[in-house]
Design a protein. Structure first.
Length: 108
């Protein structure tokens, strides 16, 4: 006799059904993570090109007002379940890493 457990939706699932549902969600997360990594790398490439253009034009690469605008845009695009603070933290980290890449590129 299969063990039954309550799922998130409140219905009873056998242990096998639950394991398959969990594996399905894990596979989906893996696919999403792959897409996120691809998008982060595309964004970083774009930021590096933008930095090169600004350097060639003699412009300051760090522009605080633009960073504020990026954060505001990310929060405006957010429909949850992540809160505005979480989106801000994530994008601050993305911006920090892009800035680090720009510094490394300038040193080459």
């Amino acid at each position: 006799m299969a063990t039954e457990e309550r799922s998130i939706t409140g219905r009873k699932d056998s242990a096998e059904d639950l394991a398959e549902r969990l594996n399905g969600y894990r596979r989906r997360i893996d696919r999403l993570d792959k897409e996120i990594v691809q998008l982060l790398n595309e964004r970083a490439t774009c930021a590096l090109e933008l930095g090169r253009c600004k350097s060639e034009a003699g412009l300051e690469t760090y522009q605080p007002r633009r960073e504020v605008a990026v954060l505001e845009h990310a929060r405006a695009e957010n429909s949850g379940p992540l809160g505005a603070e979480a989106i801000t933290r994530i994008f601050e980290r993305i911006i920090d890493e892009n800035r680090r890449l720009e510094r490394l590129a300038e040193e080459e």
